[in-house]
Design a protein around this ligand. Structure first.
Ligand SMILES: NC(=O)c1ccc[n+]([C@@H]2O[C@H](COP(=O)([O-])OP(=O)(O)OC[C@H]3O[C@@H](n4cnc5c(N)ncnc54)[C@H](O)[C@@H]3O)[C@@H](O)[C@H]2O)c1
Ligand SMILES: O=C(O)C(=O)C[C@@H](O)[C@H](O)[C@H](O)COP(=O)(O)O
Ligand SMILES: [Zn+2]
Length: 369
């Protein structure tokens, strides 16, 4: 077992990582059960694959669970998904001091977190992530949101969980495509500021993708440790440090918008393509060695992830993609700061990027594909 703490003063919390934790979560969660009950929110796939383990643990600890099961997929992170969840939480008479349990991937975590942030002006929640992406990234840090017609995560709040329980064995039922999508956010930590970890990904990433328990534990602990440190330093993305976690996301969110937030392109896949584009753009601008951009592209493709527009199934011109980017939350005074790289492990926030250059670069990528 390992525990990582997110140091945020009164809002500090632990992230507990342990194989089999789901089966032993009853005692840990029982302390949050007021009146002997807890509300668990999950999606239909997780309800079939992992919920029985959590329910058995809760029953064993004498806790009664009310379960809300939502449709699986990015479409649930929407006004409709939020409205339906809020009505159901209100019908269950969840109170401000109650804890709601989010059991699922990033969609459930982001949606439940946002619902918790606004239910009766704020109740509490616990993250029990069941995808690789959620275990290495979305369950930590308190970014909660839904998507709107204008773009990704545009309505949301910073609302930290009280606890994060990570059971890597819950990934045993996760489809391989979802494991690969989560792996993109693992690689991200190496590319941001840890070149040695990117080396590890090149050497041992395939073990992680195959479900090797040691590789899985190493990747989750490294990722969560890196994210916890960044969040503790810049909780609400004010100083620029937390923005580093957005590497690949400005391009990636534009690709997700272009594919309609659908199964055509998963968030992690869009981030993979976005990181490769960020590195190639950096190289094209003379900021980053071409060899580093080549390594990033090659590694993502070797992992079965998209590393460009055509891999991602996107056939849009630069102007269309840049128009999506204008909704990015990093926009500041009409300018869009970009996460660029001076090399692997040397990501930085560049506030001087010329959007015409981004547009021309993307047009070139489209032609080259
Ligand atoms: N808040 C953050 O910091 C943050 C970080 C990264 C991503 N995100 C968000 O996370 C979302 C993507 O999350 P995701 O990739 O986890 O997708 P997801 O929540 O849609 O889960 C992916 C699929 O796997 C299924 N699933 C989940 N766990 C399973 C299991 N153990 N066994 C079998 N099936 C399982 C789900 O039902 C779903 O079909 C995006 O909306 C993204 O914007 C948020
Ligand atoms: O936690 C963060 O900060 C991140 O940026 C993590 C990202 O992986 C995640 O996709 C996040 O939701 C994107 O944030 P956004 O502010 O661009 O919506
Ligand atoms: Zn992400």
């Amino acid at each position: 077992m390992s525990t990582v703490s997110v140091a945020l003063g009164a809002r500090s919390y632990d992230i507990v990582i342990e194989d089999g934790l789901l089966d032993r979560a009853g005692e840990r969660l029982a302390r949050y059960a007021r009146g002997g009950r807890l509300v668990v929110v999950t999606d239909e796939h997780v309800a079939a694959a992992q919920l029985p383990r959590l329910l058995a643990a809760l029953t064993g600890a004498g806790v009664a669970a009310e379960v809300i099961t939502l449709p699986a997929g990015e479409g649930t992170k929407s006004w409709d998904g939020l409205s339906s969840l809020m009505d159901r939480l209100l019908a269950l008479e969840v109170e401000r001091n109650d804890h709601v349990i989010a059991l699922g991937g990033g969609v459930i975590g982001d949606l439940v977190g946002f619902a918790a942030a606004i239910l009766k002006r704020g109740c509490q929640f616990v993250q029990v992530p069941t995808t690789l992406l959620a275990q290495v990234d979305s369950s930590v840090g308190g970014k909660t949101a839904i998507n709107t017609a204008a773009g990704k995560n545009l309505v949301g709040a910073f609302h930290q969980p009280s606890l994060v329980l990570i059971d890597p064995t819950s990934l045993d039922t996760l489809p391989a495509r979802e494991v690969r999508a989560g792996y993109a956010e693992v690689v991200k930590y190496g590319l941001i500021d840890d070149a040695a970890f990117f080396d590890w990904c090149e050497k041992d990433g395939t073990k992680l993708l195959a479900g090797d328990p040691q590789a899985r534990a190493h990747a989750i602990e490294k990722s969560v440790g890196a994210k916890a440190a960044i969040v503790a330093d810049d909780e609400e993305e004010r100083s620029g440090r937390r923005a580093l976690l957005n590497l690949g996301h400005t391009f990636g969110h534009a690709l997700e918008a272009e594919t309609g937030y659908s199964d055509r392109l998963l968030h992690g896949e869009a981030v993979a393509a976005g990181m490769a584009l960020a590195f190639r753009f950096s190289a094209a601008q003379g900021l980053c060695p071409a060899e580093d951009a080549r390594r990033v592209t090659a590694h993502l493709r070797a992992a079965g992830l998209p590393a460009g527009l055509s891999d991602a199934g996107v056939d849009a011109d630069g102007a269309t993609l840049v128009a999506h980017m204008m909704h990015d939350k990093k926009m500041d005074g009409g300018k869009l700061p970009f996460l660029l790289a001076r090399g692997i492990g040397q990501t930085y926030l560049d506030k001087q990027v010329d959007l015409k250059a981004v547009e021309a670069f993307l047009d070139g990528e489209r032609v080259a594909a």
